[in-house]
Design a protein around this ligand. Structure first.
Ligand code: MSP
Length: 648
């Protein structure tokens, strides 16, 4: 019995999960399940990354406290993972109390060692990837190389981690352990570190939403420094060192290519500083793309994993737990394990039809259907011999390759071997021709085909656990006991009752018809949108006298503050040339900071009846035009005009 520890990156809660983020977790789940099946003591960690400027700002925009916002989105991740049958041992959150303690402990340890020192950071920061960039790394001198958004210039007091000190040790570790796969990613990080490391800023003074730096409470810990530590918190460091010493030497981190540097260069250096062995292995995958672009919330092409389950279930006419397995199967076998891959429903249903309908589902239905036709309700092999030997030969080959693939943490290859074995079983039926055999031979063949189905289902267990369990039950093999021991030809309990009442497991999907329907629905939606737009842009005609009733004036904002009882409202004092400024409340807090409004001239409806909003009277209304993102853009005169001037 061995030990196995697998982790996923912890997910930012500023966007909801999509199939891209679910992918990494499904991949990790297949490894964890396999290792539990072979009897390894297994630890599987996943969770959410909840601190940092991006999350703080997203919560602010929604008028929520960051913790309240994190609780909500983290729960959505958990729901998705539970729906997808993810067998994590712990769902860690960086706001968990024990994790915060570990981060502070780590910071202090590294500071006391002299690996963290105070200084000033000057440079650029992308709030989306929460990463510092030097000018030469930026696109056109100002855009983030990952997100394409304009970076922010930062100049502030900070604590640095002596990353550069570990450059040589990192190179040595890369060369000795070759722990980063695939090789292309190994080469990428090797070159990056060879080119030289600069010390990295690990605290912020302008980001209150973070873990307090224990030696200097006006600083918070940089979100990546905080997040990476989750991998040791989850294994018990430093409060349960027995647990930690057991699991840590076996850790496999699974991650996407966009976070290679943090994991393969910064994290091992942090561990070296703490006197901990760098990770055993880093498994780096590519991206799911949609329409040629990385799937992401900001890209607007998000595939909601929960919606996807409903869609697959409905289109294929299967239960939702079966639909989950179909998606799990597809993302592993066709996923961006090395290179980027396009995600589409067409590819998903094509894979479904070929592997699950035609090969696996049909194999079962075909042999059961044949037995039923012959009036057989029970079979036992009448003799072992060539039919058994043939199955043993086929099975051993595929199972050897399957195990080798898993030994290398290569789930996709293991699944390919399982799926090839199913194909080989169909060929076994074609070649042994039970339909033209004598009853004894016929029964023997049926038994070994069912036994083959049992073996295939056991091999498929880490990937499609619900379906595989169902099939095993169907053929009376549910008492699998020791999984490895069961993986031998001939262990299907005899006699086998033929499940004569079974329905096809997986109905075929007419992919062309489905695509046409989608196209039709999309066109309809498009038309509806256009009609709505035309309707919205329609102008209602009013009489001049109606317009003349509205008294529009130029006002100058002389004070601006947040409303004490409403996150969405700003409380403005506006000079309308009346001596005393008026109080005007405006629902623009998500888009404008109070300090940037002071001194600005705006247009005000001056004769609106005062209205109480959250305890305060508003004595007018300001005018704004809504842009395509929904932001109210304030109307302002193109030149300076005396406050109080009439607008006509
Ligand atoms: N919070 C950090 C990770 C900290 S780990 C100590 C983060 N979070 S993330 O939510 O932005 O991304 C998490 C993982 O999801 C990354 O491995 C990333 O590569 C992966 N994916 C995000 N979009 C993806 C696709 N479109 N396709 C495949 N994986 C994707 O980075």
């Amino acid at each position: 019995m061995g030990t196995y520890y697998v982790t996923t990156p912890i997910y930012y809660v500023n966007s909801k999960p999509h199939i891209g983020s679910a992918y990494t977790t499904i991949l990790a789940d297949t490894l964890a399940r396999y290792h539990r099946l072979i009897g390894d003591d297994t630890l599987f960690l996943t969770g959410t990354d909840e601190h940092g400027v991006n999350i703080m700002r997203t919560a602010e925009k929604l008028g929520k406290h960051p913790k309240e916002f994190c609780d909500e989105v983290s729960a959505v991740f958990r729901k998705v993972f539970d729906t997808y049958n993810i067998s994590y041992d712990r769902f860690i959150r960086t706001t968990d109390e024990d994790h915060e303690k570990v981060v502070q402990h780590v910071f202090k340890t590294m500071y006391e060692k002299g690996d963290i020192y105070k200084g000033e950071y000057r440079g650029f920061y992308c709030p989306k990837c929460e990463t510092f960039y030097s000018p030469d790394e930026l696109v056109d001198g100002k855009y983030c190389p990952i997100h394409g958004i304009e970076v922010e210039e930062v100049a502030e007091e900070t604590y640095f981690f002596k990353w550069s000190k570990y450059q040589d040790a990192l190179i040595k570790w890369y060369e000795e352990k070759k722990a980063i796969v695939p090789e292309s990613r190994y080469n990428e990080i090797y070159t990056f570190v060879k080119n030289g490391l600069k010390d990295v800023s690990v605290t912020r003074i302008t980001v209150p939403w973070g873990i307090t730096v224990p030696i200097d409470p006006k600083h918070t810990v940089y979100v990546w420094f905080d997040a990476l530590i989750n991998y040791i918190t989850g294994a018990g460091y430093p409060f349960d060192m027995d647990k930690f010493n057991k699991y840590w030497p076996h850790v496999r981190h699974i991650l996407g290519k966009d976070i290679l540097r943090h994991h393969a260069a910064m994290w091992p250096a942090m561990l070296m500083s703490l006197g901990i062995e760098p990770p055993h292995k880093l498994i780096v995958h590519g991206w799911w793309m949609m329409g040629g672009k990385k799937m992401s919330k900001s890209g607007g092409n998000i595939a909601d994993p929960l919606e996807l389950v409903k869609e697959v279930s409905q289109v294929a006419g299967i239960s939702e737990p079966f639909a989950v397995d179909v998606i799990r199967y597809f993302v592993i076998i066709d996923g961006p394990q090395k290179d980027d891959k396009e995600f589409s429903m067409e590819l998903l249903f094509k894979r479904y039809n070929s592997d699950l309908v035609n090969d696996y589902g049909n194999l079962i239905y075909r042999i059961v259907g044949f037995a039923k036709k012959k009036g057989i309700s029970e079979v036992s092999p009448v003799f072992d011999g060539e039919y058994k030997d043939k199955l043993v030969d086929i099975f051993n080959d595929y199972f050897d390759r399957y195990r080798k693939a898993f030994d290398e943490d290569d789930s996709a290859e293991a699944l390919r071997q399982a799926s090839e074995f199913v194909k080989a079983l169909n060929k076994y039926v074609d070649e042994t021709k039970p339909w033209s055999a004598e009853p004894d031979v016929r029964d023997t063949i049926i038994y070994y085909v069912l036994d083959g189905i049992r073996l295939a289902s056991l091999m498929l267990m880490p990937f499609i656990p619900t379906v595989a369990t169902h099939v095993l039950e169907l053929i009376g093999a549910s008492e699998a006991g020791d999984w490895l021991d069961a993986l031998q030809v001939g262990k299907l309990p005899r006699p086998v009752s033929i499940p004569v009442d079974m329905k096809p497991l997986f109905p075929r999907v007419d992919v062309n018809k489905y695509l046409k329907e989608i196209e039709k629905a999309e066109k309809k939606e498009e038309k509806k949108k256009e009609e709505k737009k035309v309707e919205e842009n329609k102008v209602d005609i009013i009489e001049y006298d109606d317009f003349a009733k509205i008294d529009l004036r130029v006002g100058k904002i002389v004070e601006a503050d947040k409303h004490p009882n409403a996150d969405k409202l700003l409380l403005l004092k506006v000079d309308l040339g009346e001596g005393q400024p008026r109080t005007i409340l405006a629902g623009i807090a998500a888009w404008y900071k109070p300090e940037e409004l002071v001194g600005k001239e705006i247009i005000v409806v001056a004769n609106l009846k005062p209205r109480k909003m959250r305890g305060i009277f508003s004595e007018g209304m300001l005018l704004a035009a809504t842009d395509s993102s929904g932001k109210p853009v304030l109307l302002t005169p193109s030149e300076y005009v005396e406050p109080g001037a009439k607008v006509k």
